[in-house]
Every structure is written in C-alpha cells, then in structure tokens.
Design a protein around this ligand. Structure first.
Ligand code: SF4
Ligand code: SF4
Length: 420
C-alpha cells in the first residue's frame, strides 16, 4: 500500500472552466429519471433511489461527514468496504459516469484516456461533491489509467495504491494478495486509530453478507419478471449501495424487493431478453440500458462491475478467528471478480455463457467504452464462442456523450429486431 506520491505532485490543479458538475449531472440524469417516472408499474419505493441520484448520491456522504466519520474513497471493486467500516470510516465508490466531469478531467489528463478515469479525476479537480469529501482515497492497480491517476489524487488527499495480481491463478497470487490486504488493515488502523476486533469484524461481515442476499433477491426477481422494474432503476438501486451505509441500503432495497415479489408475473415473455456485459455503466451514463429498453428489450442479467458483479458474491468464512475473517474478506474481493485487467481472455466468456443459460438470454450486448481496450480485446473470442452457441452478440462502442445516441439507437433497434 503505497502512500508516497505527495512530494511529487505538490500543487493540486483547480478547474479553469468552473463547471458546476452537480447541475450538469442533474441535467443529464433528468432524461433517465423522467423516463423512469413513466415506467409502468414502477414500485413507489424506487423513488427514494431516484431522489438520491438527483442529488448526486451526496446526501448520505454529507451525513457521514457531519457525524465525524472519515470518508474513504474506493476506486473499482477490489478494496473491501468491510475493512473501511471496521476502521470506523465510511466507504464510498468513486468510479464516475459524469460526462461533464470528463471535460474537467481533460484539463489535467490526456484526452486519449478512458472517460471513466477522466470523470473520476474531473470530479476531484472541479472540487465539491463526494470526491472532495474524501479523507483518504484507495486505488487498486487494475488498469494503467487507474494506476496512473493515483499520483494526481495524492496532491489533494492521502492516496494509497493497492497492488493487484495480474492473474487469477490462485496458487501463484494468493499469498501476495493476503499480504497486501493485511497491510491495508494495518494502515487503516493507523489512519483512523481503530480497527474492529474479531467479534465486531464478524458482525460487519454478516451485515455485508446480508446485503448480498438482498442483491441476489433483486437479481432473481429481475430475471423472472424484468417488466416489473426498469433496469435503470435496478442499476440505480445497486449503485446507491456504493454511497449508502449497508443498514440503510438493505432497509430500502428490501422494500423494493417485497413490492416486486408481489407484482404479477407476465404470462408470456414477448420482449427480447438481453445479457449486458462489458465496461461499467455508472450514473448518469445510462445511455445504453435506456436505448435497450426503448427498443423493447429487457436486460435480464449483467456482468458489470458497476452493478450485479460488484455485489453478488458473499464473503465465505471458514475460520472464525481474526486472521481467518480477514482472509475470507480478502479472497472475496479478488477471485470472483470478472474485471478483465485480472482475468485471462476466455474466463469472462465462461461466466457469460453460464449466465446466459441461467437468465434465458436471447442475446448479449457488450458495452465498449471508448479508449478502454481491456474489454474490447476480449470481444473477438466472446463473439466466436457465442456464435457457436447460436447466441446473437452486439458490441456497442461509445462514450459518455449523447452525440452518437441516434446512431446507437438504430443499431440497438436492429439488434432487437434480429433477436425477435
Ligand atoms: S472493469 Fe475493472 S478496472 Fe474497470 S472499473 Fe471495473 S473493476 Fe475497475
Ligand atoms: S478498465 Fe477500462 S473502463 Fe475501467 S478504468 Fe480501466 S480503461 Fe477505464
């Protein structure tokens, strides 16, 4: 866990354009929120998540700050929020989907970097919002751009890098990863002055495990009856968990699940069932799922690190002592990951096939984010395997802007028509 960037970047950049990100994101998000409000049979309880999104998910983070909790910003899904909670701090995920923040990010980063990374950096450079509330930022060395923004961040706030193995081979990487995670626990303890003892850590793990059961419930409900909840609402709900404490998220999400369980099942599924894979889709960049639904399709499952994949797997504890609990958490956040920075090219394909079967998907759409190569490079293999199985596949390559919306609309509609 490295912390020594500060001396190299002593002067934090301040945005020259003075963009009001909150306002710009609200304008982008309103397109999707007004669509959701007109979605038939939408559960009333989903409006809580809509209000959160309208405020940029900042309200719970502000509350945590007012309570005196240190806020720890996490990039990607590899740093366990359980450890941050155990250190008496408040975890939030910083990966961002804001188109306006991309432009601010370009003031300090090269234009030819992926929009997600430029958006994260742009939020910090613009000031305000969740990213500026962070007392500490932890960035895993997943892809090169992520690794490379760590020194820029350290000009504003203490920034640590967690070194990830570049392969899923358990026998080669397990010890190094456990060492890295134990170091993280020690550093968090030093940073906040506390870390939960065994019993408290076990309770924290249980709480997050329970959150997983609610996520799985929602996931299955979507698969069975996708017409009862827009996938945009489903994504909003899951992404709210990146900012809300687990107790509050569970209470709110369980109400949505209960309403969906009571919703009438459709007699016959006429709409094409789509599995969404590829690069993360983060609020307010919901262009692709919106286009799929507008074209009459249902996203019934996904492998996105911004949605189901982030929250699906529970921590499996096999030894109840402190070291065993830390190990169980550490392993959960690495080995089930479907991040291509860490998998061999065909490993994500295996999971997609399994999920396509389980979700009875009629087709697979891959979200390709402009200038992100790690997903794109796997698509040739994915397309070939899916074609052998007779599953139609479409790669949608785009960015956070709306300029290509009409062009993508035509392509997505044609794909839905073909599936039908
Ligand atoms: S795909 Fe991997 S590197 Fe990219 S945001 Fe997700 S977890 Fe991080
Ligand atoms: S994996 Fe791709 S989308 Fe994710 S941060 Fe890296 S370059 Fe961007």
């Amino acid at each position: 866990v490295k912390t020594e960037f500060g001396t190299r970047f002593p002067h934090p950049a301040v945005s020259r354009t003075g963009v009001d990100l909150d306002r710009a994101d609200r304008e982008t998000g309103e397109l999707y929120l007004s669509y959701l409000r007109s979605f038939p049979h939408r559960p009333e309880e989903a409006s809580f998540f809509e209000d959160l999104a309208r405020g940029g998910f900042a309200a719970p983070v502000r509350r945590a700050k007012e309570q005196g909790l240190p806020v720890v910003g996490l990039v990607c899904n590899f740093v366990p929020p359980e450890f941050v909670t155990a250190a008496g701090a408040y975890p939030v995920r910083l990966c961002a989907g804001s188109p306006a923040a991309v432009e601010v990010g370009e003031e300090v980063l090269p234009r030819d970097m992926c929009p997600l990374v430029k958006a994260v950096m742009g939020m910090r450079v613009a000031g305000g919002g969740i990213v500026s509330s962070c007392d500490l930022v932890i960035i895993p060395s997943s892809c090169d751009p992520k690794r490379k923004i760590a020194p820029f961040f350290s000009a504003y706030v203490p920034t640590w890098v967690v070194e990830l193995p570049q392969t899923r081979d358990y026998t080669r990487t397990r010890d190094g990863w456990l060492e890295e995670m134990n170091l993280l626990v020690r550093r968090l303890r030093e940073f906040t002055g506390r870390f939960a003892a065994r019993r408290e850590l076990r309770d924290i793990i249980e709480l997050y495990r329970y959150r997983t059961t609610v996520v799985r419930r929602l996931f299955s409900l979507r698969m069975e009856n996708p017409a009862a909840l827009s996938v945009l609402d489903y994504f909003l709900l899951l992404q709210a968990s990146f900012y809300l404490g687990p107790e509050e998220w569970i209470a709110r999400a369980e109400r949505v699940a209960a309403t969906l369980e009571a919703a009438p099942r459709p007699e016959e599924e006429a709409a094409p069932r789509v599995l969404l894979t590829g690069a993360p889709l983060l609020w307010p960049n919901f262009k692709l799922p919106h286009l799929v639904e507008e074209a009459g399709g249902h996203v019934v499952a996904d492998t996105l690190c911004s949605a189901t994949q982030a929250l699906f797997d529970p921590v499996e504890v096999d030894e109840g002592n402190f070291a065993g609990l830390v190990r169980a958490v550490a392993l959960r956040y690495l080995y089930p990951s479907l991040c291509p920075c860490f998998l061999e090219n065909e490993e994500r394909t295996d999971r997609i096939l399994e999920l396509a079967r389980e979700a009875r998907a009629d087709g697979v759409i891959s979200h390709g984010l402009r200038l992100c190569t790690v997903f794109d490079i796997e698509n040739a293999h994915l397309a070939k395997v899916l074609s052998e199985k007779g599953i139609p596949f479409q790669n949608v390559y785009t960015d956070y802007g709306q300029e290509d919306r009409e062009q993508l609309k035509v392509r997505v509609e044609a794909f839905m028509e073909m599936i039908r």
